[in-house]
Write a protein that binds this ligand. Structure first.
Ligand code: PAF
Length: 284
């Protein structure tokens, strides 16, 4: 596996390697890699001749300095995992490569309300930071395919919107969420959970599944209120449980006349914030 820290070196490498053709899969990450990330790498490898992964803990998407500081950093372990799954290139930039002082990297597009609901309500500015870094990374790597996980459904929707709005020449691919045996979605943040919290956090998957079971029988308001109650076990504190239109991320008013319905939730387990979602209806 080739490792590049400098944008210019990576660009030179890609220019030589690529020879004008574009058959590159790209997986952006913030490191602390787990099975979810590795599944994205495998997906990328199966459809592209070159797979690039980036590891960059992006400061602009953290709205709390403490959260940025606490974010797990496990670079040596990550490099070993990437080499093991056959990733071709790792981009491991310093902040000055992503945000050089003489470059305006901000992305200013109308978000059509995608960024103000759910995560946007609790993490102001988060998605502005996400689109900023993803756009910059796409500019550097010029991939044909971009792989992102369903686990961050809102993030996926916002990146999809950015790609469309800016007409970026990249195909966005959604990879299914990888789960532990009890249903807990794999996440870098899980490293900070105790064994007991990990076990208890299976309640999140169960609650999402239960919402799907009653979608046609109960009102959306009732399902959401029941879910909040179920998730409020000792040590756990749900922030939201929203049933939304998968395209607009706005609340679903009419289940029968909405083609794509997704339940999204954020729950504090102690001081670790977990997010998850489930597609409850997909007839789009
Ligand atoms: O999902 C993540 O890990 C990050 O938000 C991403 C897409 C790598 C941007 O920093």
């Amino acid at each position: 596996m080739f490792i590049f820290k400098k944008t210019e070196d990576l660009r030179n490498f890609l220019q030589q390697k690529n020879n004008g053709t574009r058959d590159i899969g790209f997986v952006p990450t913030m490191g602390a890699l787990h099975e979810g990330h590795l599944s994205l790498i495998r997906m990328s490898k199966s459809s592209n001749s070159l797979c690039i992964c980036s590891i960059f803990v992006n400061p602009t998407q953290f709205n709390q300095a403490a959260d940025l500081q606490k974010y797990p950093r496990t670079t040596s372990k990550d490099i070993a995992l990437l080499a093991k799954v056959g990733c071709d290139v790792l981009f491991l930039p310093h902040e000055s490569e992503i945000y050089p002082s003489d470059l305006d990297t901000k992305v200013e597009i109308a978000m059509n309300g995608l960024d103000t609901v759910m995560e946007g309500e609790f993490r102001p500015g988060h998605f502005a930071g996400v689109i900023q870094v993803v756009k910059r990374l796409l500019d550097i790597t010029s991939p044909s395919h971009l792989y992102m996980g369903q686990k961050d459904f809102q993030q996926f929707s916002i990146i999809k919107h950015m790609i469309r709005t800016l007409d970026l020449p990249v195909n966005l691919v959604m990879a299914p969420t990888v789960r532990a045996e009890n249903g807990l979605a794999k996440s870098s943040r899980n490293e900070r959970l105790t064994a007991e919290q990990k076990e208890q956090a299976g309640i999140i998957y169960k609650t999402l599944s239960a919402a799907g079971d009653v979608l046609l029988r109960k009102s959306v308001d009732t399902i959401e209120a029941d879910a909040i109650k179920t998730l409020s076990i000792p040590g756990f504190k749900p922030e939201y449980f929203d049933i939304v239109d998968g395209n607009t991320l706005q609340p679903v008013k009419d289940v029968l006349n909405t083609d794509w319905i997704v339940a999204c939730t954020a729950v504090w387990a102690g001081d670790v914030r977990l997010i998850d979602n489930m597609i409850l209806k997909d007839e789009g």
